[in-house]
Ligand binder design. Structure first.
Ligand SMILES: [Zn+2]
Length: 341
C-alpha cells in the first residue's frame, strides 16, 4: 500500500478565510445553505491539493466540513439538545459551554460518509478519515440522561462503529479516532476507554488508528503543558492496554514535546504515527529537525511501522504556516527514507 515512511497529518488543516474566521476554534461559518455546502467542498479540494503539493502520502479532508472535531459529529445525533447548554470542564483543563444529552443517543443518518465519498473520487491516494473517540465525545457534553460516563461512551462507540463501517465502504483506508482524553483520565482509559474504542472498530477490515495528543496550540493547552514537568509520561498509562488492543496504528505527539521517546518501546509491534511537526507554534521546522525526530523514533519503532505525521491538527494555524509545515514533514521524511535505502 505504501512506500517506506508514508507521511500524513493528524487531521485538520486551516480553513480558507472566505469559509470561516481563520485561527479560531469553533469558528462560525461565513456562508449559508447551499453556498456553505459548496464552499465546504471547495475547501476540501483545496486542502487535498495543499497536501498533494507538499507530497503527503496519506491524505485527508483537512476536516474542512466540520466546525469542530467533536461537536460537528455530535450535532448529527439525536438525543443531544444543542439549545440546552451547560458549562463543563473539558479534559479537566478549561471550561466550555456544551450541549446536553437529554435522551437515548442515536445516529439518524450518516455524518461524514458523503464527504468521504467526495474525497475518494478526487484521489487514488490512501485516505485517512478522523472521527472523535468515545471518551473524548463524552468529555465534550453534559449528560443528564445516562448519568454514567461509561454507558454513554459505550453508546457512542456503537454509533461510531456504524459510521466507521460506512466510511470503510466509501473507500476510506484508515479510520482514526481522536482520543486526547486518553492523556487525562487514566483510570477510565484502562477500565473501559480502550474497550470502548475496540467496540468502535469492531468488524472493520480497513486499518484503524487512535490519535492521542496534548492538544491544539491554544492557551488552555499550553498553560496545562507548563504544569506537566520535564518528562511527559502520560502515554505510559494507556500504552500497555493499547498494545494488546485491536487498533493497528497509534498516532502520537513527539516533536518539541517532553514525551520521552523510549515510551514508544511499550507499543513495539504497533504502527506509530510519529508527530514530527509542532502545531503549537508558528515556526516552520527545518527538514533536518523533522528528520532528527524521526531518527530518534526509529530507535523504538521498526522502519516499516513508522508513519511521519504532525503532533495534532493544524486547524488553528495560519494557512501559509500549515503549508510550510506540510512541506517540512515531506522533506524530513525524504531525508530519513534515503538513509534507510
Ligand atoms: Zn490532537
Amino acid at each position: 500500500m505504501h512506500r517506506l515512511l508514508p507521511t500524513s497529518t493528524a487531521g485538520s488543516l486551516p480553513k480558507p478565510a472566505w469559509l470561516a474566521q481563520p485561527e479560531t476554534l469553533w469558528s462560525p461559518w461565513k456562508l449559508q445553505d447551499e453556498h456553505l455546502a459548496e464552499g465546504k467542498r471547495d475547501a476540501l479540494c483545496l486542502a487535498l491539493q495543499a497536501q498533494q503539493h507538499a507530497g503527503i502520502d496519506i491524505v485527508s479532508d483537512g476536516e474542512q466540513t466540520r466546525q469542530h472535531f467533536v461537536t460537528t459529529f455530535i450535532e448529527h445525533l439525536s438525543g443531544v439538545d444543542f439549545a440546552k447548554r451547560q458549562t463543563v470542564r473539558i479534559r479537566d483543563r478549561y471550561d466550555a459551554s456544551v450541549p446536553t444529552v437529554v435522551g437515548a443517543v442515536a445516529r439518524k443518518q450518516p455524518v461524514f460518509v458523503e464527504d468521504a465519498k467526495f474525497l475518494r473520487r478526487l484521489t487514488a491516494q490512501p485516505v485517512k478519515w478522523a472521527l472523535p473517540g468515545p471518551m473524548t465525545m463524552i468529555d465534550t457534553l453534559y449528560d443528564s440522561h445516562y448519568q454514567s460516563r461509561e454507558q454513554l461512551a459505550w453508546e457512542f462507540a456503537g454509533i461510531l462503529n456504524q459510521e466507521a463501517r460506512e466510511l470503510e465502504a466509501a473507500g476510506v483506508d484508515i479510520i482514526q479516532f481522536d482520543e486526547p482524553a486518553f492523556n487525562v483520565f487514566f483510570d477510565e482509559v484502562n477500565d473501559w476507554g480502550v474497550a470502548a474504542l475496540e467496540r468502535a472498530v469492531e468488524g472493520l477490515k480497513c486499518e484503524t488508528a487512535v490519535h492521542i495528543c496534548y492538544g491544539y496550540g491554544i492557551k488552555a493547552n499550553t498553560d496545562w503543558k507548563k504544569t506537566l514537568g520535564d518528562q511527559w509520561r502520560q502515554y505510559e498509562q494507556a500504552f500497555p492496554k493499547l498494545r494488546e488492543s485491536s487498533l493497528d496504528i497509534i498516532s502520537l505527539e513527539c516533536h518539541n514535546s517532553h514525551v520521552p521517546m523510549e515510551l514508544l518501546e511499550l507499543i513495539r509491534g504497533k504502527k506509530v504515527m510519529v508527530g514530527a511537526i509542532d502545531v503549537a507554534n508558528h515556526a516552520i521546522e527545518t527538514p533536518e529537525e523533522v528528520a532528527n525526530t524521526l531518527r530518534k523514533a526509529l530507535q523504538f519503532v521498526d522502519a516499516d511501522k513508522l508513519y511521519p505525521c504532525t503532533n495534532c491538527g493544524m486547524a488553528p494555524l495560519p494557512r501559509q504556516v500549515a503549508s510550510g509545515k506540510l512541506h517540512a514533514l515531506s522533506a524530513g521524511a525524504a531525508i530519513v527514507r534515503s538513509e534507510l535505502m
